[in-house]
Design a protein around this ligand. Structure first.
Ligand code: CA
Ligand code: CA
Ligand code: CA
Ligand code: CA
Length: 548
């Protein structure tokens, strides 16, 4: 018997190895070993205020430019006055001291956010091109821009910047940095949700007076906003003249990409209970919203769903950027495959997403190649909106991309720390220990966040590309990178920090190379239009590339 089992085990191992299934990746949560007090605190009391389920934004970014990605968390506030009356509502900055140890430097950095109200998304981007990444934070009331002073401290420079301007009572969820007019300065697109104040909050109750979170459908949609970076720390609200004012939505995640490959940066915004928007950049300062004609406004049933976070990357390696967004349970997470940038096909059914996502309520997410096989997988941070019934607490999911043909759920193989049940919300991706394998940072309502380090080392090769723009914005946001392996396999990715929901990820462009140990060429198309070609790049390194 024992011999038979051993033989079978050996055969299974060989079969898996032959099929490209590498030694298993597992994630270990290192947060319990780090001295920090941050807990995602949405002030849950049973009196259910509408924005409360959205709490715990995350940014993975290298604020001190020492080459190690740091972590920033946003936090809630006390209802109904919306003040951070207690340090339990403060934000948190963790400085990465070499990949495994982190130090809480929130106070030193001036990033506790004690003067803000209930905060949602955070977006990292170097808006003034001084080399140090800055932070934009979306809030219920006034939003906030924090300038990175380059000495470990940040200053709130919102007042007078123009980003302090938004229509009264507008609840903002997420900002995203991108350079829509290619002038080398990062502009900001802002997803807004609705008009809301505590005094306008509607109460929804079950028999016996128990409250539940009301459907967003009872709240009014609003336009998303576009702010043009004028330089000198000033931004102009160009929502009306850009065409953004025409479409009213309830914005959640923002995906930045050049969907039709005309050299201009476009914007996808997932809307909750409203049609999704795809804004194509006309190149003259205006956008046209084409969600309907490009087939991304609705799911395949032609109905609106509770679209949450989103990501825009090329998952099937055909060079065209695809779209994913997650959804509440029973509503199916949505995968849209780009058909040569002309329209999108809803492929959740044929790719297996429909069956695998039905029982999950997803918030943040991302196309990440967690196993470095060259195919971007789909991660989703899960947990229901409300606290009732079975399956309210959920675990995250990792859907493995099987050679661009279908997805398979490999969550259980990633270990107990990955499978922890909770009300997961924000997530950001990045290589925290610089081993070439992407790590995850995930918030969960009223819990300490998880900092999940990948075990890596499955023998697959990789490359991280760190772009530095000169004519283009210094971050290189919007740069498209095409990697061709020695065998001729072509892989596509682009620079963006806007991934998932309320979150901002490592801006370095990640490639998994599978078993291939040689790269024939790397082509970078910069936002300025410059095209740079590098030959014979060594894999398994963090490659810094400066725009010529
Ligand atoms: Ca750092
Ligand atoms: Ca594609
Ligand atoms: Ca993969
Ligand atoms: Ca790593």
């Amino acid at each position: 018997m024992g011999g038979v089992r051993a033989k079978l085990t050996g055969m299974v191992w060989l079969a898996l190895a032959g099929g490209g299934q590498e030694r298993g990746i597992r994630y270990a949560d290192i947060a319990p070993g780090i001295d920090f007090s941050y807990i995602t605190n949405n002030h849950y009391t049973g009196r259910k205020y509408f924005p409360q389920p959205m709490c715990g934004g995350v940014a993975v970014f290298d604020f001190d430019r020492d080459g190690w990605m740091d972590i920033y968390f946003t936090n809630g506030a006390e209802y109904p006055q919306l003040t951070k009356t207690d340090p339990a509502f403060y934000h948190c900055l963790l400085r990465n001291k070499g990949g495994r140890t982190f130090e809480d430097v929130t106070r030193k950095a001036g990033l506790a956010g004690e003067h803000l109200d209930f905060s949602f998304g955070v977006a990292a981007g170097d808006y003034d091109n001084d080399g140090y990444p800055d932070l934009f934070i979306a809030n219920i009331g006034p939003n906030a821009l924090f300038h990175n002073n380059g000495d470990g401290t940040f200053t709130d420079v919102t007042a007078g910047s123009g980003l302090d301007q938004k229509p009264p009572e507008t609840l903002s969820v997420q900002g995203a940095w991108f350079d829509y007019d290619s002038d080398g300065r990062l502009d900001l697109v802002l997803s807004n949700y609705t008009l809301w104040t505590p005094s306008k909050d509607r109460r929804c109750t079950l028999e016996g007076g128990v409250e539940f979170y009301c459907s967003p459908r009872i709240y009014t949609p609003v336009p998303h906003r576009l702010y043009r970076n004028l330089g000198g720390g000033k931004f102009a609200d160009v929502t009306a003249q850009s065409g953004f004012a025409k479409a009213l939505g309830k914005g959640m995640g923002i995906g930045i990409a050049d969907f039709n490959r005309d050299g201009r940066q476009d914007v996808f915004i997932a809307n909750d209970t409203e049609p999704n928007f795809l804004y194509l950049n006309n190149g003259d300062g205006t956008f046209r919203e084409v969600g309907l004609e490009y087939w991304v406004a609705y799911n395949d049933g032609g109905v609106t769903v509770s679209a949450m976070g989103c990501d825009a990357k090329d998952f099937d390696n055909d060079g065209w950027v695809d779209i994913f967004y997650n959804n509440l349970k029973t509503q199916i997470h949505a995968l849209f495959r780009s058909l040569d940038g002309q329209e999108f096909e809803y492929v959740s059914g044929p790719y297996g997403i429909e069956a695998l996502s039905r029982q999950f309520s997803g918030w943040s997410n991302g196309f990440i190649d967690f196993d470095n096989d060259g195919w971007k997988d789909i991660y989703s941070a899960n947990g229901h909106v409300d606290y009732f019934g079975p399956n309210a607490e959920q675990h995250d999911t990792m859907l493995r991309n099987m050679a661009g043909k279908e997805f398979r759920d490999v969550s259980a193989s990633l270990g107990e720390d990955f499978m922890r049940l909770g009300y997961q919300r924000g997530s950001a991706f990045g290589d925290l220990n610089n081993d070439g394998f992407l790590d995850l940072v995930v918030t969960s309502l009223n819990r300490k966040p998880r900092i999940l380090i990948s075990s890596g080392d499955n023998s697959n090769h990789w490359l991280l590309v760190e772009t530095r723009g000169t004519k283009s914005n210094r971050d290189g946001i919007g740069a498209e990178v095409t990697l061709t392996t020695a065998s001729g396999r072509r892989l596509y990715n682009h620079v963006t920090t806007s991934v998932g929901f309320m979150s901002s990820s490592d801006k370095r462009v990640h490639f998994g190379l599978g078993r291939e140990a040689a790269i024939r060429s790397l082509e970078i198309r910069w936002p300025s239009g410059a095209v740079q070609r590098l030959e014979d790049v060594r894999p398994d390194q963090i490659l810094q590339v400066t725009e010529p």
